[in-house]
Ligand binder design. Structure first.
Ligand SMILES: Cc1cc2nc3c(=O)[nH]c(=O)nc-3n(C[C@H](O)[C@H](O)[C@H](O)COP(=O)(O)OP(=O)(O)OC[C@H]3O[C@@H](n4cnc5c(N)ncnc54)[C@H](O)[C@@H]3O)c2cc1C
Length: 372
């Protein structure tokens, strides 16, 4: 007999789950998507290039390392890469291990997934799931006439969405009383206190440290982008993921080493020999230094907070991992699965979040765990 499966959300995780289930002849899958098109966030990811994976996926890159350790023991970088390679997706890897489609065009990933769905998957766009009820051991979605044997929840998070679209997000979960941690924006820039506005528009490559009470919490090298009232860039987004994990946000600041890689005395020598820093610093930083000299190896900015969910790449929070089995099935609701960003697992910037979306889809649909 045919097994009827509903998937809520046609994003990165929902599309891959649908593809995997469509490989089995006895499955019929209905993919419910509230948006006009499938994979909207995936199409916009990585600045339109989709950084889908990273060659260095380890538990320490995530907020739930224990949970990730168990997942990675079964599904790691190679498994997800091979899955996409088997679909015909050519990939390219940059110097930092970030994996992109070789076209460097995010919609390629969506197209490859869509081409694989086949006739056993029915995609229903502009069909938001508003209610999900259990009737005996099966599931009813909205007022659909049919009941589903299994339901995969893959409806993501409101990260990166404009404010009006965030309201009521994932409300269909409320009646199920699944334990969820509050949603907090992650991978977002910092708003700063007493910020020198003249730096707006400046970009530097520097070593950046997140400090609390003057002690280092996290450190990374990368590009810092100075905005109107704060800073952004991959390295700053990663600092924000660590900032979000702090129990208290008190007395946090960022220290930027503007002379990363140079000798300690470079700025002194430059000043002595050339009478100016113009040859080694961005003009806006030179202007700031001229107004009031500061330590170029330890340029400090106090954190006022992060930018909101609308400018975040992911959310921290969501369905607690303790609610799930290792196969992403809800322990209290056999037959109901939750995958992707709606689970309280978030990673740093660099392909880690799409990896989790894809790996969780593979784990939930793998072998007998799903079909039994
Ligand atoms: C601007 C931006 C850039 C990013 N870049 C990267 C990157 O380069 N690399 C990386 O690893 N991560 C990146 N991310 C994060 C990554 O895109 C997400 O973590 C990933 O898409 C999550 O996949 P998902 O399937 O869980 O959710 P999504 O891809 O968000 O899919 C969820 C789907 O569910 C639908 N939905 C929601 N509610 C309902 C409902 N009630 N009924 C029906 N459908 C519903 C939504 O419309 C959506 O299509 C980026 C995020 C943003 C915002």
């Amino acid at each position: 007999m045919e097994t009827k499966i509903a998937i809520v959300g046609a994003g990165a995780s929902g599309l891959l789950a649908a593809k995997k289930l469509s490989e089995s002849a006895d499955m019929h899958v209905k993919l419910f998507e509230k948006g006009k098109q499938v994979g909207a966030k995936l199409r916009a990811s990585g600045g339109g290039r989709a950084n889908i994976l990273n060659t260095d996926i380890r538990p320490c890159h995530y907020n739930r390392p224990d949970f990730m350790e168990r997942l990675l023991a079964r599904i790691g970088y190679a498994e997800v890469r091979d899955e996409f390679a088997a679909m015909g997706l050519r990939m390219s890897i940059d110097e930092e291990g970030r994996v992109y489609p070789a076209t460097l065009y995010a919609p390629t990933v969506v197209n490859v997934l869509l081409e694989q769905l086949g006739s056993r998957v029915e995609v229903r766009c502009e069909t938001p799931v508003r209610t999900l009820r259990q009737e005996d051991s099966r599931w009813r979605i909205n007022d659909e006439p049919e009941l589903f044997d299994r339901v995969i929840l893959a409806s993501g998070s409101p990260a990166g969405m404009i404010v009006k679209n965030q309201r009521g997000y994932n409300d269909y979960l409320t009646d199920l009383q699944i334990k969820r941690n509050p949603l907090i924006p992650s991978l977002t820039g910092f708003r700063m206190m007493a910020y020198p506005k003249l730096l707006f528009g400046c970009r530097v490559r520097a070593n950046v440290r997140l400090l609390q009470h003057g002690r280092p919490v996290f450190e990374e090298f990368g590009e810092v982008i100075f905005k109107e009232d704060g800073i952004s860039g991959i390295v700053v987004l990663n600092c924000s993921a660590h900032f979000n994990r702090l129990a208290s946000k008190e007395d946090c600041e960022v220290s930027i080493d503007l002379l990363t890689g140079d000798g300690d005395t470079q700025s002194d020598r430059q000043l002595r020999e050339h009478g100016s820093l113009s040859g080694i610093l961005h003009p806006k930083l030179c202007e700031l230094y001229a107004q009031q000299p500061f330590d170029l190896r330890d340029f400090r900015l106090k954190i006022a907070g992060t930018y909101g969910i609308e400018s975040a790449q992911v959310c921290s929070g969501g369905i607690c991992t303790e609610e799930l089995t290792d196969r992403f099935e809800l322990k209290r609701y056999p037959g109901l699965y939750a995958i992707g960003e709606m689970v309280d697992v978030d990673g740093v910037c660099g392909g880690y979040n799409l990896f989790f979306a894809f790996a969780s889809a593979l784990a939930a649909t793998a072998g007998r765990g799903f079909y039994a």
